[in-house]
Structures are given as structure tokens and as C-alpha cells.
Design a protein around this ligand. Structure first.
Ligand SMILES: *Cc1c(COP(=O)(O)O)cnc(C)c1O
Length: 464
């Protein structure tokens, strides 16, 4: 013991059982049939250490049985696989805390096939020599977006960081004050810029930035103009920003590239689903941006990735930058990304990619499913109209009309909070929304094959 314990706590420490006594407990002994002796001993030590901290904080020494139970709990949580599959009944299609986009069947198969054995990840089969791990994804990106060149990295945060480091390190980058923002998950434009070695020059005001503000911010130290899509918030009312085309025209006059972080990277027209327009990489490229950055696991519906498309010479500077190696993708993600991109190539994205299937569901289709659930669940479940959201830093404030199953939690002590907690502790765990003392289930974000599992968990939760 480093510090000298007081008289009272010394007594407390004496009440702590020895390692051997804990090990002799029946349920701790039982762990030894599954886990190595050393691991169990180390769990006992950790539990006793926690008991010591409790005593040091003025608490009571845990009993032998409590220490043993704590050890069993530690073993259980180590054995629990993670991340665990969870049923998303929230109606938030891209739920960042629940892992954003579920993958298509083809993407899952691609991951399994590549993971199982060896692959031509960096091997040119016809030539029998080293190949490129980027060229296949790059050509798919070019095919679907019309870009000259493309590059895939770990996530969009890494894409923006790499882009700024390669283009603007040691120089200045101009950003509208209204776009020097945080996009959630602590992705802050000023911080990313600082890490890239570039200096942020903010122009305009939070709500209004004119072309003349950008123009006034340009100096001989300027390396680029950065545009950032406000992907998870909206500024309404008295706002102003120049069109991308005007901004590119100004930048061209001064020999500067415009870099565009569009966030979600939607390749389809969202208007066909009654949603607001989401910027597409195609539009940014057509407007003349030198680089466009977007995520793989937002509205693209693929694995976590950061995708970069743009002008060949500019993309090449990124490829050659040392950071590119540090933020490169692994083979499993590349396989899933390749499969996802090919759904777009084949024009089958809305049928094959789960998030697009969810978004494309009509109100009528959702209602039929909600009705079937309500029938299966009995009198404590009823239909309600509501709204699904896109979420995950895409289409802020945009909703899709949906049908919900509302669960009455009146006769459950603890009410809706308790019912929702039971669902989260279910097997499989299910996450739902609570509104006005009712637990709401939105079929839109529940995969068809999850229906049975969800209904089983709900039935059990209603019973207590
Ligand atoms: C989501 C988002 C990011 C971060 O993307 P990740 O793929 O999560 O790293 C960056 N910029 C914008 C505008 C975003 O919406």
C-alpha cells in the first residue's frame, strides 16, 4: 500500500478475503473449466483491487460472496462477443451509435470470401507480380461519379485530413465561418485543419458569407478553399453563401483548388423518396471541385470508409503523401466497398443496399408490417403514425412518414423506460424510441429476417 491508510480503512482492508479464499468459491472454481488459471487469478486480483478502492473511498469491504460474484461477472463480460448484433427499431436509418449502414448480402459474402483465405489484394494475377490495392476501387469510383481519379481511405475524417495535409500543409485554407463547424463524433473542421498543418482562415459570418468575403481572404499564402456540407444541422432564415460554380470560378482565377467535404456522399437522387436534395459527388465534380470527400457508411450504404474523387494530379498528390499509408483500408473493407459500389454500377442500389431498401419502403409497406406485428403482440400493441429519420450526418431534419407499433407500458413498474430497458437486455437486444410514455417500434429499420427475434423479445419484455 503506497499511502498510509487510516485506522478505519485498515480494518476494512482486513475484511477483504484472500485471493485463495475467493478462488476456492464454487462459482469461481467453475470458471477454471473454461479459462486458464492465470486469467481467473488476475480477475480475482482486479475484483479485490476494486474492493480496496471502495474502502479507500470510505465504503464497506465487499463480502466473500460479493467478490466471487464480481469475478464471475468480469469473466462473463470478457466472454461476451462484441460488437453484438442489435435490432434497430428506432426508425433512424443511419444510427451512428448502432454502426451506421448495414451491408448488402453481396458485401457480406465478399468479406467472408476474402477473410477466409488469400486474395489478389496487391497482386496482379495476369502478370504474376505486385499489383495495386487502390486501382480497382479507384476505377469503380470513377465509373459511378464520372471523376478522373479516386482514392479510398479509412473514413471521411481521414480523407479530409489527408487532402488538407497533401494540398495545404504550411499554408492557408479559406473556410466560411458558417462551415468551420463540428459534424458530430468530434469531427471539428478547425481541429482537422490544425492537424493537417494548414492554417484556417475564416471568412464571412456564421449565417452569411459572400463571394467577396472569399475573395478578400485570398493571399499569396492561400493553398485552397474548403467547402463543408452542413450535414447534421440546418441554419434557417437569413443565410447566404455563393454557389459552388461561382466559388470555383473565383478559385480558378487565382489558381486555387476548391476542396468539398460533402459528408454523406449520396450517389442517388433523394428527391425520388420525397427527401430534400443531398449533395452528390457528381455535382461537385461537375462544378469543378478539385477534390470531393465523402463517407462509405452513410448514404452510400457500405462499410466505414473515406472516399476521395477529383482531378488526377491532385489525387496523385494525396496518394504519394505519407499519411495515405497510415489511413489505408484493410482487405475486408475493400471487399465490402467493391461489392457496394458495384450495386450502383449495375443500377440495383435501391434493391440491393439495405439502407436504400429501408428508405424506399412505402408507407403502405411499413403499415402492413406494423399491422402484422401488432396482431402478433396482442392488445398492448397498437398502430400509430409517425416519422422515420435518416440520421448519421445526412439530411438533417428530413423525415419519412412511417407506421409504428406503440407498446403500452402502463402496468409495468417503471413504465416505458423500464420496458425499453428490457428490450435492450433482450436476446437479441432491441433498441426502441420512447414518446409520451409509450415504447415505439418502427419496422422501417428492422431487417425482414429480424421480425421473429424482435417479436419474441417484445413478448418477453411485456411479460416482465
Ligand atoms: C460524417 C461527416 C464527416 C466524418 O465522416 P466519417 O466517415 O464519419 O469520418 C466529415 N464531414 C462531414 C460533412 C460529415 O457529414
Amino acid at each position: 500500500m503506497k499511502q498510509r491508510p487510516s485506522q478505519r480503512t485498515t480494518t476494512g482492508y482486513r475484511h477483504l478475503p484472500s485471493v485463495d479464499r475467493v478462488l476456492a468459491q464454487e462459482d469461481v472454481q467453475a470458471l477454471l473449466s473454461t479459462y486458464p488459471h492465470d486469467l481467473v487469478v488476475s480477475l480475482v486480483r482486479q475484483e479485490l483491487e476494486q474492493g480496496r478502492r471502495t474502502i479507500a473511498d470510505g465504503g464497506v469491504a465487499p463480502s466473500l460472496a460479493e467478490v466471487a460474484a464480481g469475478v464471475v461477472q468480469r469473466a462473463r463480460s470478457l466472454a461476451q462477443r462484441w460488437p453484438r448484433p442489435v435490432i434497430n427499431a428506432t426508425g433512424v436509418v443511419l444510427h451512428t451509435n448502432l454502426g451506421r449502414a448495414p451491408l448488402s448480402g453481396a458485401a457480406l459474402q465478399a468479406i467472408a470470401d476474402v477473410a477466409r483465405g488469400y486474395s489478389d489484394l496487391e497482386y496482379d494475377l495476369p502478370e504474376g507480380q505486385r499489383g495495386s490495392r487502390q486501382s480497382k476501387i479507384a476505377s469503380l469510383l470513377c465509373q459511378v461519379t464520372g471523376a478522373e481519379a479516386g482514392l479510398a481511405v479509412n473514413n471521411n475524417a481521414a480523407a479530409v485530413l489527408l487532402g488538407l495535409a497533401a494540398i495545404a500543409s504550411g499554408r492557408e485554407v479559406i473556410v466560411s465561418r458558417g462551415e468551420a463547424v463540428e459534424i458530430g463524433g468530434r469531427f471539428r473542421i478547425p481541429d482537422v485543419l490544425a492537424q493537417s498543418g494548414a492554417t484556417l482562415v475564416e471568412v464571412g459570418t456564421t449565417n452569411r458569407t459572400y463571394l467577396s468575403d472569399y475573395e478578400a481572404g485570398i493571399t499569396e499564402r492561400t493553398a485552397a478553399i474548403l467547402k463543408v456540407h452542413a450535414s447534421n444541422f440546418r441554419v434557417l432564415g437569413f443565410t447566404e453563401s455563393p454557389s459552388l460554380a461561382d466559388l470555383v470560378a473565383l478559385a480558378r482565377q487565382r489558381g486555387l483548388p476548391v476542396l468539398h467535404d460533402i459528408g454523406s456522399g449520396c450517389l442517388l437522387d433523394t428527391a425520388q423518396f420525397g427527401l430534400a436534395h443531398e449533395p452528390t459527388p457528381q455535382e461537385s465534380l461537375a462544378a469543378g471541385c478539385a477534390l470531393v470527400f465523402f463517407s462509405g457508411d452513410k448514404l452510400l450504404g457500405g462499410p466505414q470508409a473515406g472516399l476521395i474523387v477529383g482531378q488526377r494530379e491532385v489525387v496523385q498528390r494525396l496518394e504519394r503523401h505519407p499519411l495515405a499509408r497510415a489511413v489505408r483500408l484493410d482487405k475486408l473493407t475493400l471487399a465490402a466497398l467493391d461489392a457496394t459500389m458495384r450495386h450502383y454500377l449495375k443500377g440495383e442500389a435501391t434493391q440491393a443496399i439495405p439502407i436504400w431498401r429501408m428508405i424506399a419502403l412505402t408507407q403502405e409497406q411499413v403499415r402492413l408490417r406494423a399491422e402484422a406485428w401488432a396482431r402478433a403482440l396482442g392488445p398492448r400493441a397498437e398502430l400509430a403514425q409517425g416519422l422515420s429519420t435518416i440520421g448519421g450526418g445526412s439530411l438533417p431534419g428530413e423525415t419519412l412518414p412511417t407506421w409504428l407499433v406503440a407498446l403500452d407500458a402502463h402496468d409495468i413498474p417503471g413504465g416505458a423506460q423500464e420496458l425499453a430497458r428490457r428490450l435492450r437486455r433482450g436476446e437479441p437486444p432491441a433498441v426502441a424510441r420512447i414518446e409520451e410514455e409509450r415504447v415505439l417500434l418502427d419496422p422501417r429499420t428492422v431487417l425482414p429476417e429480424e421480425d421473429e427475434g424482435l417479436l419474441g423479445v417484445v413478448r418477453k419484455a411485456l411479460l416482465g
